[in-house]
Ligand binder design. Sequence first.
Ligand SMILES: Nc1nc2c(ncn2[C@@H]2O[C@H](COP(=O)(O)OP(=O)(O)O)[C@@H](O)[C@H]2O)c(=O)[nH]1
Ligand SMILES: [Mg+2]
Length: 373
Amino acid sequence: MGIPEKIKAIQDEIHKTQINKATEFHIGLLKAKIAKLKREQEENTHGKTISSGGGNTGFDVRKAGDGTVVLIGFPSVGKSTLLNALTNAKSKTGAYSFTTLTAVPGMLDYKGARIQILDLPGIIEGAAAGKGLGKRVLSVARNANLVLIVLDVFQVNHLDVIKKELFEIGVKVDEKPPDITLEKTSSGGISVSIQVPTQVDENFIRNVMRINGIHNGRITIREKGLTIDQLIDVMSGNRVYIPSLVVINKIDLVDPEYLKTVTSKLKIPYIAVSADTNKNIDILKEEIYKKLDFIRIYMKPKGQEADLVEPLIMPRGSTVQNICNKIHRNMVRDFKFAQIWGKSVKYGGQKVGLEHKINDEDILTIVKKINAL
Ligand SMILES: Nc1nc2c(ncn2[C@@H]2O[C@H](COP(=O)(O)OP(=O)(O)O)[C@@H](O)[C@H]2O)c(=O)[nH]1
Ligand SMILES: [Mg+2]
């Protein structure tokens, strides 16, 4: 039996099984098996690279700047026009569908941050399953720091389709990853530590781990109320968690009354713009910047004053190692220790290592090994 037939057989079994308290773990394990098979299928057909242009996956775009934002939407909603309005780029626009056939990058310079924005071909329903260029588009989204969901003011119902397609490619929009840590070990079996009340039990966790081929390791659960589906998500390992902004374009074509109906239909916050007439583009820039949640790090060369004028822009949650990687590719190799003045340390000038998490407005000195150039 090939992978698609195996998946089909398990799906049939799920459909035949009544869902109740007695069967929920059984169904959970079946779902875990499907997740595993789907991942194998993905790896077989597309290789493991995501946006490196390997095989059929992604487009050959290099991440640049301090963060990457992708424009995801149906064809002709105005993604390319929006890219041109936000950045210096000149992406081809057109009144007919599928004008954009590849990823077109632009750079938005805003408040000292350099934000890469990628215009992508439009997607349609079925994209995640391979319709049009959908799979490649969505693969690029997996690598982004922020997804801009672009909707035409007359077709806001596309929001659900786009969210569903993103979900199917493994992008969890606006969700936090559940607090689970998994440390794989080479021997010693599986040890499970459940530290809060959850909907899963130890036996179930062991079984899900086994299905995913993990026979040794320590798993620690700190996510209150962790569900079966959340656990399977984490175990199948190919989920990414990315924030999003919903942008409604072409509002120059409607009156404020019409926008009110959009608001009541969507029931979620959105930014209304007109890419064509530049309306609210400045507001959108600010929202993008805020959503990327950058922190600013001031570098202080050893024995000199800190540079308080041009901070390094990093994503929140970055470590000293992330900063080293951004400064120079040999920096980690040459790293001896770092010193920090600011909110992430107890006292000014405290010595820290590569794993130390930095805070907004920390001042940082990196000290290199003596024999490093
Ligand atoms: N009225 C109006 N038309 C727009 C706006 N933005 C884009 N368009 C038009 O919509 C069509 C599709 O735009 P394009 O940027 O190519 O869409 P894409 O396929 O999503 O990249 C073009 O004819 C644009 O001129 C807007 O804000 N208002
Ligand atoms: Mg386009």
